[in-house]
Design a protein around this ligand. Structure first.
Ligand SMILES: Cc1cc2nc3c(=O)[nH]c(=O)nc-3n(C[C@H](O)[C@H](O)[C@H](O)COP(=O)(O)OP(=O)(O)OC[C@H]3O[C@@H](n4cnc5c(N)ncnc54)[C@H](O)[C@@H]3O)c2cc1C
Length: 442
């Protein structure tokens, strides 16, 4: 079939690659002058800045790491110095426990909170098929202290959102799967037993990024598609074609994959009102990343660990900060540290639209408060995404099912971060889901 893919972000590129592998004739329409969407990597003043995604887990067999190997993109593994993760809670940085001993001694919870954790294996399972918020799940299984101290900052780290607002089933399917197996501890034991019995080769663990940044992977994906990717080719409408299939700005295709943010997709299919209405329900939260470069000596606390996440209601506005040069030592000139501070999200959307100098001042203030970092930065810049991070509300999976069904009627498939996973790994694996959807068109 002759298929149009609208949008050359990671979602569109992955879908296009899967369709080409399935023997289809594919044209990718990309509005901007480069492929990759929000993903991109630029070096400024010797500091490597990621525009959005900065790393991915090595685990999934059909994920980003496997694709890097397939496309010959060199990868780095996160430094062992990045092991500790910090939580800023009740005005102080506290290490996230990583072992039973550190859990017993952590100052993130009281003894009452720790005892509540021990009761996790004995708690009742949620009713099958019912979605709930991540907060409701965590409070029910682990107790309110763990929900506040560990789970809420973790949700902020992934969705820049409040844990009350994110669906467990759609946002954290691995936890939902453990729940379906009887709870976190019971589910993990069952998975471990299956893992020991499973003789297929184990996938690499840990955190990875292409050498030179995640943008290198987007570039390699686009190159692998060659002249099928048309840049500076903004699509303004998709309608049903009289001869069957779809018409993309007047050009006929057997079908289309829409891989742009859902709110923009709704505008493209304005002539298909049922589909447009079903796309408008998906929300994105605005995000701003402030990069600060500083002499290493000015931020000694950032030499240990991946970074910190901030609990709700603290005295700073930064949602979290990655100690970039502790994780990836070659991302700054020698003797310099690079810090990536995230603002905005659905927790604090107004922060994402502050003026650049205000955001930089805020980042400096917050890093002084949390890390004791003082002095003039050697680099300061902002990367802003008004449609930043996809937000999966409770009931999200039902909304996706309804939108996919409405799109199918017009030989349209939906791809990208709004639907079945927003991380780079999810989007790459999702290419196969989109190709399977296209096969249903016959
Ligand atoms: C700040 C931030 C940090 C993140 N960190 C991580 C991380 O560490 N790890 C991780 O795995 N993920 C991370 N993510 C998530 C991940 O980067 C994104 O979810 C993903 O890259 C989005 O890809 P996409 O293809 O859905 O959409 P996009 O990247 O938004 O791509 C859509 C493309 O469509 C094009 N387009 C729009 N309208 C049209 C039109 N009318 N015609 C033609 N083209 C059009 C756009 O120009 C764009 O290129 C992060 C995201 C953000 C914002």
């Amino acid at each position: 079939m002759k298929i149009a893919v609208i949008g050359a972000g990671i979602g569109g590129l992955a879908a296009a690659r899967a369709l080409v592998a399935g023997g289809h004739e594919v044209t990718v329409f990309e509005a901007s002058e480069r492929a990759g969407g929000v993903v991109g990597s630029t070096r400024v003043d010797g500091f490597l800045r990621e525009h959005a995604a900065s790393s991915f887990l090595g685990g999934p067999p059909r994920g980003a790491l496997a694709l890097c190997h397939e496309l010959g993109v060199a990868v780095d593994k996160a430094s062992p110095n990045a092991k500790t993760r910090w939580i800023y809670l009740d005005g102080k940085l506290r290490a996230l426990p990583s072992s039973p001993l550190s859990l017993a001694t952590t100052d993130l919870m009281t003894w009452r909170g720790k005892l509540a954790l021990l009761r996790e294996p004995f708690r009742a399972r949620a009713a099958a098929g019912e979605d709930e918020s991540v907060h409701a799940f965590a409070a029910r299984r682990l107790g309110p202290e763990a929900a506040r101290a560990f789970v809420a900052p973790f949700v902020t780290g992934v969705f820049a959102a409040d844990s009350h607002d994110i669906s467990l089933a759609a946002g954290f399917p691995k936890f939902a799967a453990l729940e379906a197996e009887g709870g976190l501890v019971r589910g993990m034991i069952k998975q471990m037993v299956r893992g020991v019995r499973d003789k297929t080769p184990k996938t690499p663990r840990g955190l990875y990024a292409p050498a030179g940044g995640v943008g290198r992977l987007a570039e390699a994906m686009a190159s692998s598609l060659g002249s099928r990717v048309r840049t500076e080719a903004r699509v303004s409408s998709i309608v049903s074609a009289a001869a069957g299939g779809v018409s993309v700005d007047g050009e006929r295709f057997d079908g289309a994959v829409i891989a742009i943010p859902a709110a923009l997709a709704a505008d493209l299919v304005g002539d298909l009102p049922e589909l447009a209405a079903k796309l408008r329900v998906f929300k994105r939260a605005p995000t701003a990343i402030v990069y600060l470069g500083m002499p290493e000596a000015a931020v000694t606390k950032a030499r240990n660990g991946f970074g910190f996440l901030v609990g709700a209601g603290e005295d700073v506005r930064v949602l979290g900060c990655v100690f970039e040069t502790t994780v990836w030592p070659d991302r700054a000139p020698s003797g310099q540290a690079l810090l990536r501070c995230i603002f905005g999200g659905s927790r604090d959307p107004d922060a994402a639209s502050l003026a650049e100098q205000e955001l930089i001042a805020l980042a400096r203030h917050d890093l002084e408060r949390v890390l004791g970092a003082t002095g003039e930065p050697t680099h300061a810049s902002v990367v802003r995404w008004p449609r930043g991070i996809a937000q999966y509300a409770v009931g999200h999976k039902d909304l996706v099912r309804a939108a996919v069904a409405a799109a199918r009627k017009h030989r349209i498939a939906l791809a990208g971060a709004d639907y079945r996973g927003a991380g780079i790994n999810d989007l790459i694996a999702d290419g196969d889901v989109v190709a399977a959807e296209v096969r249903t068109w016959g």
